[in-house]
Design a protein around this ligand. Structure first.
Ligand SMILES: NC(=O)c1ccc[n+]([C@@H]2O[C@H](COP(=O)([O-])OP(=O)(O)OC[C@H]3O[C@@H](n4cnc5c(N)ncnc54)[C@H](OP(=O)(O)O)[C@@H]3O)[C@@H](O)[C@H]2O)c1
Length: 239
């Protein structure tokens, strides 16, 4: 039977590349994000194996409705890729507390809402795979990444705890932690001076979203008896 994956944050960057890759690999893919116009365009390009649902991951009801729409369109949800995220970096002394709250809402609560929405059916079927996108910022913090790193450390903690809990339910959990990828993520930085400084400071070549999509495909092509726990994937030039 054709397997079905939900990809959050599919309207750009890594999520869009993952959706493309999974359709090419024979999956049905339900794409989610807030910008429905972008999802509609990608769905039209990808054909009948792709569908989309406009959802804000900060709203738990949106995630429940997303899973219901996926099951209605394709029968069931086999894979959830919790990819939606934002990265408004700033030093904590700048006290951009709205950015702090926003990151926690999208990067942590959004992941939890996705897990909550798919777990019942995966546990009942004793089959499923949840892939959470963290970051190398979830392995160590820098002076401007304290809160972003906290959210991505959090995603790794959630993933590791859930993976261990789910061993009795045959549900696999994987965390993918990328380094720099060429996407729109820096657009979420609200401190424009910091953004400019960051861009002139980061001189190595970034990865492309397709590199992360290939890592996700590797995770999913393993036999049912194999659970890839974590993949850390960086540009060669990133220290
Ligand atoms: N790029 C990197 O260097 C890098 C490195 C490590 C980890 N990551 C992680 O990779 C993931 C994808 O990021 P990206 O680099 O592909 O950035 P991106 O191009 O900015 O994509 C982010 C995606 O998240 C979605 N999103 C943001 N807020 C949302 C919300 N409230 N509800 C639903 N969707 C939301 C956006 O869609 P809408 O705006 O349409 O809702 C967009 O599709 C993130 O979790 C990021 O932290 C990226």
């Amino acid at each position: 039977m054709t397997r079905t994956a939900i990809v959050t944050g599919a309207s750009s960057g890594i999520g869009g590349a993952v959706a493309r890759k999974l359709v090419a690999d024979g999956y049905n893919v339900m794409m989610a994000a807030r910008r429905a116009d972008r999802l509609e365009a990608l769905a039209a390009e990808l054909g009948d194996s792709a569908a989309y649902y406009a959802a804000d991951v900060t709203n738990p009801d949106d995630l429940k409705a997303l899973v219901a729409a996926t099951d209605a369109a394709f029968g069931q949800t086999d894979v959830l890729i919790n990819n939606a995220g934002i990265m408004p970096l700033s030093p904590m002394s700048g006290r951009r507390t709205e950015d702090w709250d926003h990151m926690i809402d999208v990067n942590v609560r959004g992941v939890l809402h996705g897990i909550d929405a798919v777990l019942p059916q995966m546990m009942e079927r004793k089959d499923g795979h949840i892939i959470n996108i963290s970051s190398v910022a979830g392995l160590s913090a820098t002076p401007i990444s304290a809160v972003y790193s906290a959210t991505k450390f959090g995603v790794r903690a959630i993933s590791d705890g859930l993976r261990q809990e789910m061993t009795n339910h045959n549900v696999r959990v994987t965390v993918v932690s990328p380094g720099g990828v060429n996407t729109e993520l820096a657009d979420s930085i609200t401190d424009q001076n910091l953004r400019a400084a960051l861009e002139s400071h980061l001189t190595f070549d970034f990865m492309e979203p397709e590199n992360i999509a290939d890592a996700v495909a590797y995770v999913l092509e393993q036999p049912a008896s194999v659970c890839v726990g974590e993949i850390v994937i960086r540009p060669t030039g990133q220290a």
